[in-house]
Design a protein around this ligand. Structure first.
Ligand SMILES: Cc1cc2nc3c(=O)[nH]c(=O)nc-3n(C[C@H](O)[C@H](O)[C@H](O)COP(=O)(O)OP(=O)(O)OC[C@H]3O[C@@H](n4cnc5c(N)ncnc54)[C@H](O)[C@@H]3O)c2cc1C
Length: 393
C-alpha cells in the first residue's frame, strides 16, 4: 500500500518537499497550511535573491544546498517562466580593513564551488555601479533576483500537478502516535499519515516538540524591514562586507523584478513570531520566558549587535547612515517604508544561533528546524536532500 506523507506548512520548503515526494511517486502527499493562501510568511516576504553561496561556510549543508539550489532554481524559473533577472551580486569593501574579509569570501566561495567569482577594482566597480562607493568588490555572476511569490506558486502548482493535495486554512494543533500511524489534528479536521514532514517555518520548533524532537531548540523571530529607494539605479544586488560571525548581512540593496530598488532588510528582535507591524504580548512573553533566549541575550557580543541593529531599524537617520555607507548619494526623501519579513532563527540551549540548516530525521517524522536564509535559494536542492535522507531512515 502506498505511503501517506503529510507536510505541515506550504512555504517554499514544504512545497518543494511536496513536489519532490510527489514527482518521485513514492506515496500520497498532503500539505496542510494554516493560512488561506500561499506566501503570507517568509517565502512571500523575502528579498527574492537567488544567492550564489559566497558567504556560506564551505562544507556546511547550507553552502552545498545554496550552490546546487541556485542552479536548480534558476533553471526552474526559466522553465516555468517565473520572473527573474540574472543581474549578479556584488560585495563591496569600503575601506582597507574590509579587504581581508573580501578575500576570505572569495576563498570560501571557491571552496564551495561557486563559479565565475572575481575581485574587481575600484575602476571596474565604478563602471559597473555608478552610485556605489567602494575600493574593491567581489562580483558573483550567479546571483539573481526572482519573484519569490510566483516561484512559490509555481513550485506548489507543480507539486499538485504531480499529485500532491493542498488543504488551506487548516492549522495543525496536535499529533498523536498510534501504532505505526500518526493522527494529525487541525482546528478543522483529522488526518492520518505514515510520515509527517514538519516545515512549519516560524513554528517548526513547536511542531517538533509535539513529537519530542528538538527539545533543546527554540525559534527566536528576527524581523527584517525594507525601505524602497527612489531615484537610485543599481545594476546588481549590492552588499556590504558582512560580519561572518552572524547570519545577517547588514543593510544592502536589492532589485525587484518589477524595477524597484530596496534597501534592507534590518535584523531586529521581533515582538511575536508573526508581529510584522505590531507588538504581540503573548509571543513576546513566550520568547522572553525561554531559557534559550536568555542565554542568547546574556552574551555581550549579541547585545552589542542587537543594540546597533535596533538603532538601524527604529531610527530613519541611522538606517540612512547605514545605506549611505555603500550608496552615499541617497537622501532621506528617497526612502519610503516597504514591507517586512520575519526570520525563523533557531537558537540552542546555550543561546547560540544555529547557523547551518538543521533537519532532524525520525522513523515516522522529519523536522526542518532551521530553514534560514538563503532557504529560498536552497529549497529545490534541499528538498532532494531531505527526501533522500528521509527514505534512509
Ligand atoms: C526578511 C527576509 C529576507 C530573506 N531573503 C532571502 C533571499 O533573498 N533569498 C533567499 O534564498 N532566502 C531569503 N530569506 C529566507 C527564506 O525566505 C526562508 O529561508 C524560506 O522562505 C523558509 O521557507 P519555509 O517554507 O521554511 O517558511 P515559511 O515561508 O514561513 O512557511 C512555513 C509555513 O508553515 C505554515 N505553518 C506554520 N505553522 C503551521 C501549523 N501549525 N499548521 C499548518 N501550517 C503552519 C505557515 O503559515 C507558513 O506558510 C529571507 C527571509 C526573510 C525573513
Amino acid at each position: 500500500m502506498s505511503k501517506r506523507y503529510l507536510i505541515v506548512g506550504a512555504g517554499i520548503i514544504g512545497s518543494s518537499i511536496a513536489r519532490e515526494i510527489a514527482s518521485r511517486r513514492i506515496g500520497e502527499v498532503i500539505v496542510l497550511e494554516k493560512e488561506k493562501e500561499l506566501g503570507l510568511h517568509a517565502s512571500g516576504r523575502n528579498s527574492g535573491v537567488l544567492h550564489s553561496g559566497i558567504n556560506q561556510k564551505p562544507g556546511s549543508l547550507k553552502a552545498r544546498m545554496c550552490v546546487e539550489g541556485n542552479y536548480l532554481a534558476r533553471n526552474f524559473c526559466k522553465e516555468y517562466e517565473v520572473p527573474m533577472e540574472e543581474c549578479g551580486t556584488i560585495v563591496v569593501a569600503r575601506e582597507q580593513s574590509e579587504l581581508p574579509t573580501l578575500d576570505k569570501l572569495l576563498v570560501m566561495g571557491m571552496e564551495s564551488g561557486v563559479e565565475g567569482l572575481k575581485i574587481i577594482d575600484k575602476q571596474e566597480l565604478a563602471e559597473r555601479e555608478l552610485n556605489v562607493h567602494g575600493i574593491k568588490a567581489l562580483f558573483s555572476p550567479n546571483g539573481a533576483v526572482v519573484d519569490s511569490l510566483d516561484f512559490l506558486k509555481k513550485v506548489s502548482k507543480d507539486a499538485v500537478r504531480n499529485g500532491a493535495e493542498y488543504f488551506f486554512d487548516e492549522k495543525v494543533t496536535s499529533a498523536i502516535n498510534k501504532k505505526d500511524k500518526i493522527i494529525i489534528e487541525t482546528d478543522k479536521s483529522e488526518h492520518i499519515a505514515d510520515h509527517i514532514v514538519n516545515c512549519a517555518g516560524l513554528y517548526a520548533d513547536e511542531i517538533a516538540h509535539k513529537f519530542g524532537v528538538g527539545l533543546n531548540y527554540s525559534i527566536i523571530p528576527f524581523k527584517g524591514s525594507y525601505r524602497e529607494v527612489k531615484n537610485l539605479r543599481i545594476n546588481s544586488m549590492v552588499y556590504q562586507v558582512p560580519d561572518l560571525r552572524y547570519p545577517f548581512l547588514g543593510v544592502h540593496f536589492t532589485k525587484t523584478v518589477d524595477g524597484k530598488v530596496l534597501a534592507g532588510p534590518t535584523a531586529q528582535l521581533a515582538f511575536g513570531r508573526e508581529a510584522y507591524n505590531n507588538f504581540n504580548l503573548k509571543g513576546t512573553i513566550e520568547m522572553v520566558c525561554s531559557r534559550n533566549f536568555w542565554n542568547m541575550a546574556s552574551n555581550r557580543e549579541f547585545l552589542k549587535l542587537a543594540y546597533s541593529n535596533g538603532k538601524t531599524a527604529f531610527f530613519d537617520s541611522v538606517f540612512l547612515e547605514e545605506a549611505r555607507k555603500i550608496c552615499p548619494l541617497i537622501n532621506e526623501r528617497d526612502l519610503s517604508p516597504y514591507r517586512s519579513g520575519i526570520r525563523a532563527q533557531l537558537v540552542d540551549k546555550n543561546g547560540i544561533m544555529v547557523d547551518d540548516m538543521l533537519v532532524e530525521f525520525r522513523e515516522n517524522s522529519t523536522h526542518v528546524l532551521n530553514a534560514v536564509s538563503p532557504g529560498m535559494t536552497c529549497s529545490l536542492a534541499f528538498a532532494k536532500y531531505v527526501v533522500d535522507n528521509m527514505d534512509k531512515n
